[in-house]
Design a protein around this ligand. Structure first.
Ligand SMILES: [Zn+2]
Ligand SMILES: [Zn+2]
Length: 242
């Protein structure tokens, strides 16, 4: 059984022109969505009335990685989503409480738990979602608790950095993966804040090489930043088989 990746959206914290924020659909053969930033839901709806997704995994609570869970709620309560099965929603530790707090401000305290089957993962503890094995690894990303995801079926492994600074754990995440979907947000590493939170393209390449991953796909990169043409750059709508 192979694995298929579709880049639904790959913008950084501000949207690329016409782009959606982070959202990566993995099919192998059931359907797992990695992150669900603003613009992801309408993209998914372009090919079906309401997305048929078995599970969603959120890497961290920066808005560009989870924002479209909010309209997903409204579409489930009042729209075509009411006819679909509830997806599992896998969250970082404490994520269910965090969503309940946000729900109080955005609508209802239980709006997310009425829409999704809430689950919380733990660092370095594999779980199964949509028939795939997912291992979250906590990675440095400024001061926010953030995870990268290693997604595997019997034959293929995809490593997704989420948002991350350079670290030994990032290399561990990507070790031997068939595809390393890695952020390359920065023009240069020294332009980052302190503590660091993102990667420059050369840092993503270094992590990829140290990890011995097979293919590198760079993402979460502002459209206005160049990239060496020998490197593969994600774009919304890209589909590839691992
Ligand atoms: Zn981000
Ligand atoms: Zn972030």
């Amino acid at each position: 059984m192979a694995m298929k990746l579709t880049v639904i959206g790959c913008s950084p914290a501000w949207p690329n022109p016409g782009g959606a924020h982070s959202g990566y659909l993995v099919e192998g053969p059931r359907r797992l969505l990695l992150d669900c930033g603003p613009g992801v839901l309408p993209r998914l709806r372009a090919s079906e009335n309401w997305p048929r997704v078995d599970a969603i995994v959120i890497t961290h609570f920066h808005l560009d990685h989870w924002g479209d869970l909010v309209p997903w709620v409204w579409g489930t309560m009042y729209g075509l989503g009411s006819e679909s099965a509830q997806p599992e929603l896998w969250l970082p530790p404490g994520g269910a409480d965090h969503l309940a707090t946000l729900g109080k401000r955005l609508g209802f305290p239980d709006m997310f738990e009425r829409t999704f089957r809430l689950r919380q993962y733990e660092d370095a503890t594999p779980f199964e979602a949509a028939g795939l094995s997912v291992t979250p690894l906590q990675l440095p990303h400024y001061m926010l608790e953030t995870y990268g995801l290693r997604v595997a079926n019997a034959r293929r492994t995809l490593a997704y950095s989420g948002d991350a600074a350079p670290s030994a754990r990032l290399v561990e995440l990507a070790r031997g993966a068939d595809l390393f979907l890695c952020e390359a947000t920065l023009e240069r590493g020294e332009l980052d804040g302190e503590p660091r939170g993102h990667l420059a393209a050369d840092e993503a390449v270094a992590a990829h090489e140290e990890a011995g991953a097979k293919r590198l796909l760079l993402t979460h990169r502002p459209a206005e930043l160049d990239l060496d043409p020998v490197l593969e750059r994600a774009y919304d709508g890209l589909e590839l088989e691992l």
